[in-house]
Every structure is written in structure tokens, then in C-alpha cells.
Design a protein around this ligand. Structure first.
Ligand SMILES: [Zn+2]
Length: 406
């Protein structure tokens, strides 16, 4: 069994992954698939195959309750803006090249330096990168026995179907992806029995995780999910354990020299007992750490750490990591794509691609074929390729608007 696997999920139906249930009529929902939801769905398949009695077997405990990691599944715009980022308080102008300033890389400013903008900058709160495609569903409230309650309608936000989400599974948890020996190819995802979203699943054991970011001798770790850390007395800690980091990075010593974090509370549900877990203090997704290493960690160790994550409760998706390249403003791109303004012929196809990009699945074969068939002038072809390289939905849409403007 490989040490890690990249899991890609395509939602065939809208999915509701409820956050902690609330008393009012609106239940808030996650905008991605938390690791705990992926793990719950895989455990359900496992028990269907092996019988419900299997949940006390040593194998089940090793896979689902052990040291492995079930990372969250994200798409580009559901990832959190790292807490180390300073972002535009007001909408950036078309002239702004820089949109975010990353304090984890020593970038600092109070205002955007572009004269026509001069927007004050504000600290990220870990909000998603961009608007998340979702739909509202109106539901009938059910009693605890599963009977519809008269007149109890409520609305619930669901993650839109058609989206493609990705994340890593690491260690003993990889075995969970093979409930019957072969890789699982579909799952019912969601935290409510009445509202499970069907999804197709692809398991890739050849995929290589990107390494965690390294700048000189300093590693920057960013949390794609909340992080659960404790200090030497077992009390909640806002920072990861340096010993865990040095061991996982394969260096003799590390020092956490800076951090950008925010506390929040995490509950959870203990499936075996059917009881809620006690609420715990954790740090929010988007929390960022700058870690000085005595020796240079190898690229292999940095890739491994990316798939594994850090801290406690990794099997529930806590402590998952990601890289973040701050997006460039449209001002940095318009001159690069401007040659496409010479002919409007391709614009309808580029517009169609926007919808596919929103769902994370652009089909670029026809574009690559058009490029190969050629006949384009070199600057036009290069601008064409630039458009295809952009996977940031918001930026792509802004550039399209720019190109469509007469
Ligand atoms: Zn600006």
C-alpha cells in the first residue's frame, strides 16, 4: 500500500456537510468536504462490506482510528486565504498588480501603493479564496425518529453538484480507499442521512504531493483545515509541537519564529458511541507558521509532510496543509492577453470555459488542438496559452470581461 493517495471527487448531486447543528431554522454548511466527512463515508462502505461488527476489529481501528490522515477535499476557491495575508479592504482596481501581501514572507504594507486604488489593507480572517458555488435547498425538518414535522421548513446551503474537489489521504488511512480490495469509485458524502450527495471518486497513488513552502532555511506551513495542537501539559496550544515538526521534516531542531493564528471551537461526532464529542479549542483553517530549521529539510520530507499534515486528530481532517501562491491582480495580466483583442472569434469559447473552470473541470483539448492546428501569430498564440494557464476563476472572468470590452 502506498504511503499517500490523491483523492479526486466529482459531486454528482449537491452535498450538505453541516457544521455544528444550530437551533434556528438555517443550518450552516461547509463549502468543501471536511476530512471527517470523507472518513465517515469510507467507514460506511467498509462496514457495509465487512459487517457492522467490523468496527471493533484491530484493522478497522488502525485504518479509521489510527495515525493516518483523511485530509479535507477542496477546490481552488474554497481554500482559506492564509491568516498571514494582508488583503485589499476595497475591491482592487484594474491597475493593481499585487492583491495580497504575505507577512509569512516578510511582505508588509498598510495601503495598496497604486494611486488610483490606495485601498487600506486588512488582515485575512481565513475566509475562502473566492465565492463558492452553492445552492439553497428547502428541507422539511425531521423529528429524531425521522418523521417529518408539520410546517417545519428550513433552508440549507448545499455545495453545488458538478464540482471537482481534491485532497490527500495518508498512512494507514490509505487502506480505507480499498474497502473491497479495489479502489473505491463512488461515495455518498454528507453529514445528514437524508441528504447524502452521490459522488464519483478517483484514487491516484502515483500523484506526488507538492512540497511545503521553503524560503531560505525557513519552512512556511499553512493549515487547509483547523489544527488541533496541545502543549506539554496537554492543554490546547496555538502552535504545533516543534518536536513533531523536526521529526517529520527530518532535521535535528526547528523553531517556530512567527505565527498568524485564530482560535475557534470544534465539536464532532463520535460514530461508535453516537454521542457528540466535547468541544475543543483549535486554531482556524488558514493559520500560518514560519519555522526555522537548523538544517535544510529535504524535498522528499517536505512532500511527505504535505500529505500527512500536522498535529492531532489528523484522521478527522485536522492539521491538513496546503501551499498558497498569492494571486496577481488583473493589472499584471492585461498586457499579456491583449493580443487576443485583435479577433473576437475565440471569445465565446473562452466564455464557455469559465463555467467549466468554476466547477474545476475545464476541457481544454479543443483549445490545444486549435493551437496545434496553428495559423496564429506568435504573440496571439502566447496570449492564448496564457489564458489557458489561468486557473483562478475570478481573474479569468475579469480578463474575459477585459477582452470582450470593445
Ligand atoms: Zn489596489
Amino acid at each position: 500500500m502506498n504511503e499517500h493517495a490523491l483523492v479526486t471527487v466529482t459531486l454528482e448531486e449537491p452535498m450538505v456537510a453541516g457544521k455544528n447543528p444550530r437551533a434556528d431554522s438555517r443550518q450552516d454548511s461547509h463549502d468543501h468536504i471536511p476530512g471527517s466527512v470523507l472518513r465517515g463515508a469510507l467507514a460506511a462502505v467498509w462496514l457495509r462490506e465487512h459487517g457492522t461488527g467490523a468496527n471493533t476489529s484491530p484493522e478497522f481501528e488502525r485504518i479509521f482510528e489510527g495515525e493516518g490522515s483523511f485530509g479535507p477535499l477542496h477546490y481552488a476557491s474554497s481554500k482559506p486565504v492564509p491568516l498571514s495575508m494582508l488583503t485589499h479592504k476595497y475591491e482592487p482596481t484594474d491597475e493593481c498588480h499585487t492583491l495580497w501581501w504575505d507577512r509569512a514572507r516578510g511582505e508588509k504594507a498598510s495601503y495598496c501603493p497604486v494611486d488610483n486604488c490606495a485601498s487600506p489593507l486588512e488582515e485575512s480572517k481565513g475566509q475562502p479564496y473566492d465565492e463558492v458555488p452553492s445552492i439553497d435547498r428547502t428541507m422539511v425538518a425531521l423529528s429524531t425518529e425521522g418523521v417529518a414535522l408539520d410546517g417545519s421548513l428550513y433552508s440549507q446551503r448545499a455545495v453545488q453538484d458538478g464540482l471537482l474537489l481534491r485532497g490527500w489521504v495518508h498512512g494507514d488511512a490509505v487502506r480505507a480507499l480499498y474497502p473491497e480490495g479495489t479502489a473505491v469509485d463512488s461515495l455518498l458524502l454528507g453529514s445528514r442521512r437524508s441528504l447524502r450527495g452521490e459522488a464519483t471518486v478517483e484514487v491516484d497513488t502515483e500523484a506526488v504531493p507538492e512540497p511545503v513552502e521553503l524560503y531560505g532555511e525557513e519552512v512556511v506551513l499553512r493549515l487547509a483545515a483547523p489544527g488541533a495542537f496541545v502543549d506539554e501539559f496537554g492543554m490546547p496550544s496555538a502552535t504545533p509541537d516543534p518536536e513533531e515538526l523536526s521529526e517529520q521534516l527530518g532535521v535535528s531542531q526547528v523553531e517556530i519564529i512567527d505565527s498568524w493564528t485564530r482560535w475557534e471551537e470544534a465539536g464532532g461526532w463520535h460514530a461508535a458511541s453516537g454521542l457528540p464529542k466535547p468541544v475543543e479549542r483549535v486554531v482556524a483553517a488558514g493559520s500560518t507558521y514560519r519555522v526555522k530549521c537548523v538544517e535544510l529539510p529535504t524535498e522528499t520530507a517536505r512532500r511527505r509532510l504535505m500529505a500527512r499534515g500536522i498535529g492531532l486528530r489528523r484522521r478527522e481532517g485536522f492539521g491538513a496543509l496546503y501551499r498558497c501562491e498569492p494571486p496577481w491582480g488583473i493589472g499584471a495580466w492585461t498586457s499579456k492577453v491583449a493580443p487576443l483583442k485583435r479577433s473576437r472569434r475565440l471569445l465565446p469559447a473562452f466564455r464557455k470555459r469559465l463555467e467549466e473552470l468554476r466547477k474545476g473541470v475545464p476541457d481544454d483539448d479543443r483549445f490545444h488542438k486549435a493551437l496545434r492546428d496553428g495559423g496564429f501569430e506568435e504573440d496571439y498564440a502566447e496570449a492564448f496559452r496564457t489564458m489557458l494557464r489561468i486557473d483562478d476563476v475570478k481573474l479569468y472572468e475579469q480578463l474575459l470581461d477585459f477582452l470582450e470590452k470593445p
